[in-house]
Design a protein around this ligand. Sequence first.
Ligand code: MRU
Length: 361
Amino acid sequence: MPLTTDSVAGAVPKAIEWVGGADGCLRLLDQTLLPTRVEYIDCDDVETVWEAIKVLRVRGAPAIGVAAAYGFCIGLRDQRQSDRSEFDAAAERVAAYLIGSRPTAVNLAWAVNRLQRAASEEPDRDSEAVWDALLAEARQIADEDAATCRRIGEHGATLIPDGGTVLTHCNAGALATSAYGTALSAMYVAHEQGKRFRVYADETRPLLQGARLTAFELQAAGIDVHVLCDNAAGALMAAGRVDLVIVGADRIAANGDTANKIGTYGLAVLAHHHDIPFYVAAPRSTFDLSLASGSGIPIEERGRDEVAAGCGRTTVPDGVSCFNPAFDVTPARLIRGIITEKGVSGAVSEAEIGEIFRNAP
Ligand code: MRU
């Protein structure tokens, strides 16, 4: 059964959805198959959720947070009849297991920790009642993500010039969130407002999230999108064909240093050189204020074959090692502003980020 479509993204299939009630399942669009095959997997055990996160069937910081929240519920479903101490011990194990699936996007741990907190705030309730509350909380995380992304889009759309061009990297769209996306949400809202603009999507080696996913969803929404090899971005900027860069984020430190898909840092350096405004779009759940700077952000390193045999063909000689970090860190000084659900920040600094969190929510 197909998932419902995202309203703003038009024909874009939903990336993630809980289907049914307490005995339901987590339905994921298998993003490893896009753009040629639109297929779903139904997860009803925590191992399937873990594997889906690990191999990027579900990916993008907010979406893996939502997936992990539902995965946490699935992993504890068999403990509903256990006594509370057994339930709580299982919760610790399931949380550690899920948090270990991918290290960089802080939304994953943020979502699981939020559910753990919800459970610990109800020490006197039985396991079944706590489990029901956890599923409700997971649904709440998913709903809040959609609403938050919509607000990010409304703020971000003000930056997109009518008749202009926007460059983006990786996929920070509806496929990476509950709905709308972060960087791409700005484009969806600008499109809804009747603005005409072109999006340049870096293909995003090695897993091609820009070519496979960003181009897929923008095309489905009727937005003019052109894909370029990552190494063409400098030439495009030098030719004066980029007005603005907007990317997503996986983790933002207290000083604004931002981890995002590998290649983002190089893009920010290029944008700075060409005096092109470079913005990061992210919900507050992507900030990790426990880290003073980006040097503390754990960077996931992935397997050699993603580089050496990426598209089903060997492109690196046997025996040659590959460097394959999934993310890099862009220093705050290269970022013109951060677009959150609270608005567009001024020059990125610890004080400015403090403002984003003042008077939460
Ligand atoms: O490895 P991925 O595909 O999970 O990386 C995704 C990104 O880097 C996104 O830009 C980021 O998570 C923001 S998604 C709104």
